[in-house]
Write a protein that binds this ligand. Structure first.
Ligand code: ATP
Ligand code: MG
Ligand code: MG
Length: 377
């Protein structure tokens, strides 16, 4: 029996899930996304759209009534409403997992309780708690919004006592946590998946380079020792054992100065650092996510070729329509998200540069520098 798939969020992740779903007509007959922006990226590739806020109760109930199975591309959906509609519509990953993950304080507390390493953190409810936290952690430290943060927009780095009031003003009214600053050697991530039958598969460890808190580049595989790779895999596996629900989980980690691994955060959804799988593995993370929530056998995750993914971001000093981007280079796969307007650091698209037979990572890294010049927005 084919199913109607509902997705909360119709941005680029919803778009690429939709594209994968359209290649599985024997399992999925229709895709409906809930997104507040008219003509959202997913709707441009064939998803029906309900135009409403992600937290709109009636819209979520409407989506649930129309769908056999619901998933999401963002973690800010209302987990209580989702729990209520769960009786009639399958939701994956589970609303309970979403509830824990969507609050960075609950998420870190949950990981810590399960003996999974995270940076030191505390909940912050007033200036006194913040001052105490800073005394314990030292400078710099990161003040973070507990909910609804992405691309680092919910982070404020406190470098000295002078920043305390500014940081609190920045977050006016939001629930917060303070984290010790990790002087990491590298950021890495594991894209893991579990299907509804409990089968688990993970993609190889990748290296992530951020600029101004936003992912800029993913290098697959990560340039780390076998020991570090192993440590990260063990932590990813342990994390999957404690988190419930089916689907893809993006597990972001830091490699510390001591070559230990700590988890930065987990996304209960397909993840930007998994976009390389569109070309580098047999099964993309988008197809894998669908296989997972549909209860199908998970696909191969082996990295077939070294690959670099580069995010095309809006220029920091420009807002408006931008000229179309074209790249015609061998082994470069461009994906634009159909966003008409560029905004500072907005994710407009990405490309994957895939190694040719025998090409090394050093060669690939040299090559990509020239291609980057062609994608300035
Ligand atoms: P995303 O877009 O990945 O959801 P986010 O807004 O949820 O991002 P985080 O992942 O918490 O934000 O942080 C963004 C980036 O800030 C991290 O990738 C990392 O580079 C840096 N960062 C976050 N926490 C710490 C920390 N405790 N110590 C040092 N750097 C950090
Ligand atoms: Mg996040
Ligand atoms: Mg992050």
């Amino acid at each position: 029996m084919t199913k109607v798939l509902g997705i909360i969020g119709g941005g680029q992740l919803g778009m690429m899930i939709t594209e994968a779903a359209k290649k599985m007509p024997q399992h999925i007959s229709k895709i409906i996304v809930l997104d507040p922006t008219k003509n959202c990226p997913a709707s441009q590739v064939g998803a029906e759209q309900i135009i409403a806020d992600f937290k709109d109760k009636n819209a979520i109930v409407d989506l649930a009534n129309k769908s056999d199975i619901i998933t999401y591309e963002i973690e800010s959906g209302d987990s209580t409403i989702l729990k209520n509609v769960e009786k009639n519509t399958k939701i994956n990953p589970s609303p309970e997992t979403l509830r824990i993950i969507q609050d960075k304080f609950l998420q870190k507390s949950f990981l810590k309780e399960n003996n999974i390493p995270v940076p030191e953190f505390i909940k912050i409810e007033n200036i006194e708690e913040l001052k105490t936290g800073l005394r314990n952690f030292g400078y710099p430290a990161l003040l973070k919004a507990r909910r609804d943060a992405y691309d680092g927009r919910g982070n404020y780095k406190i470098d000295s006592e002078k920043d305390i009031q500014k940081a609190l003003d920045y977050f006016k009214g939001q629930n917060l946590l303070l984290e010790k600053f990790v002087k990491f050697k590298m950021e890495v991530s594991v894209i893991a998946s579990r299907n509804t039958k409990g089968q688990i598969k993970t993609y190889p460890l990748v290296e992530n380079i951020h600029e101004q808190n936003i992912l800029r580049e993913t290098i697959a595989p990560a340039r780390v020792s076998h020991e570090i790779t192993k440590k990260a895999e063990v932590i990813a596996e342990k994390t999957m054992q404690v988190l419930k629900g089916a689907g893809i989980f993006g597990i972001e980690m830091f490699v510390t100065q001591e070559d230990d691994i700590v988890i930065n955060e987990i996304a209960p959804r397909v993840h930007n650092s998994g976009h390389h799988t569109l070309q580098s593995t047999k099964t993309s993370q988008f197809e894998q996510h669908l296989r997972a929530i549909l209860g199908l056998e998970l696909g191969d995750t082996e990295l077939l070729h070294p690959t670099i993914m580069y995010n095309i971001l809006g220029d920091v000093s420009f807002e408006g329509k931008y000229a179309p981007i074209n790249i015609s280079e061998e082994n470069v796969f461009l994906k634009m998200y159909g966003k008409e307007i560029s905004k500072p650091l907005r994710k407009l698209g990405h490309f994957n540069l895939v190694a040719k037979e025998g090409e090394t990572m050093e060669e690939l890294l040299k090559k990509i520098e020239k291609i980057k010049e062609k994608v300035v927005v």
